[in-house]
Design a protein around this ligand. Structure first.
Ligand code: NAI
Ligand code: MG
Length: 336
């Protein structure tokens, strides 16, 4: 049988280092694929191409599944985000971000079992990137929320709660202030809830949600929210369980899926060989489950948990002194 084709976008910053580490672990665990390398971010810009080149988008469309490293977006100036372009062009309308407490980790909730998932809308909201300046002293941005966008997001979230045998779905919003946009999201959420009487549906205002997450993260199960709130709340959740080096994500659309860590290109540590590859590796495990390779994902997941549990070989963000390479080798050793 032909090997499965999977697109790989190493990206920039720490991207290439953690991509190499992740693919080594996948292959050591027995997952065989033909990796199709594609460019985005700085390597594309260096060649005079846009940060998310059209040929990269075409290839992902054709291949269907991609593993992506982070790509840098300059703040306040420069080129537009490769990620926003990717998610919009491929209509990857959902971003799934699980948060789970793991053994042997730093973090405020070492002893609290946290196991929640954020389902973030990925193409609308203020990230539609519609900004203008009607006057030198005034800048405006348009928040775009559509009814079909809310519907498909909420449907995906309710279905996921069911499929994963979870119980509660909480809509996170600011409909008290954003009456039309977030109000529409909330209306569609409760309309969809009627089709899922087995799921306990509730809602919470985003600022209160942040406070509750910091005090009682164990009370949450699945959260569904718009793009901007989801971006912020998912970094908050990453911080609860040991930081961005661990937080995985999946961008899912009707026709393709792109798996990538929550974190960015970490320019402060890029090229030093000290980045934690776990977030991208966990994203790759989501990819394996997505393509029906759950057994290999479980095997790798167990090796990572063993490595964390032993606590001997940890990267610096997790309080250790090991390099990316040493951590990778230890996970491979623990594959047994
Ligand atoms: P960041 O996530 O790159 O880094 C924040 C902090 O976390 C830094 O101190 C970094 O060293 C640390 N960190 C992140 N990942 C780590 C890992 N795997 N191992 C160890 N430490 C890690 O966020 P920042 O600095 O705000 O953004 C840097 C660039 O990344 C920006 O240009 C931003 O636009 C881009 N970005 C790209 C994303 C993507 O491609 N999906 C997502 C988020 C940001
Ligand atoms: Mg973010």
């Amino acid at each position: 049988m032909d090997k499965r084709r999977i697109a790989v976008i190493p990206g920039d910053g720490i991207g290439p280092e953690i991509t190499t580490a992740t693919l080594e672990i996948l292959e050591a665990a027995g997952f065989k694929a033909e990796w199709i390398y594609l460019e985005a971010g700085q390597p594309a810009i260096d060649k005079g191409r846009p940060p998310m080149p059209p040929e990269t988008l075409d290839a992902i469309r054709e291949i269907g599944t991609a593993l992506k490293g982070p790509t840098t977006t300059p703040v306040g100036k420069g080129h537009p985000s490769a990620n926003v372009a990717l998610r919009k062009a491929l209509d990857l309308f959902v971003n799934v971000r699980p948060t789970r407490s793991l053994p042997g980790l730093q973090g405020y909730f070492k002893d609290t079992p946290i196991n929640l998932i954020i389902v973030r809308e990925n193409t609308e909201d203020l990230y539609a990137g519609i900004e203008f300046q009607p006057h030198p002293d005034i800048a405006q941005a348009v928040k775009v929320i559509t009814r079909p966008g809310c519907r498909r997001l909420c449907k995906y979230a309710f279905e996921m709660v069911r499929e994963q045998g979870r119980k509660k779905l909480t809509a996170v919003h600011k409909a008290n202030i954003m009456k039309l946009t977030d109000g529409m999201f909330l209306d569609e959420f409760y309309a969809m809830a009627k089709n899922y009487p087995d799921v306990e549906a509730s809602d919470i205002i985003v600022d209160n949600c942040c406070m509750q997450l910091v005090i009682h993260p164990e009370k949450f199960d699945v959260l569904v929210t718009e793009n901007l709130y989801g971006d912020i709340v998912s970094d908050l959740c990453a911080g609860l369980v040991g930081g961005l080096g661990l937080a995985a994500g999946a961008n899912i659309g009707e026709h393709c899926a792109v798996f990538e860590a929550v974190h960015g290109s970490a320019p402060d540590i890029a090229g030093k060989g000290i980045a934690n590859p776990t977030a991208l590796l966990f994203s790759a495990l989501m990819m394996l489950r997505h393509i029906g390779e759950g057994e290999i994902a479980d095997k790798i997941g167990a090796a990572v948990l063993k490595t964390f549990g032993e606590g001997k070989v940890m990267t610096r963000d997790m309080g250790g002194t090991s390099s990316t390479f040493q951590f990778t080798a230890e996970v491979i050793r623990n594959l047994g």
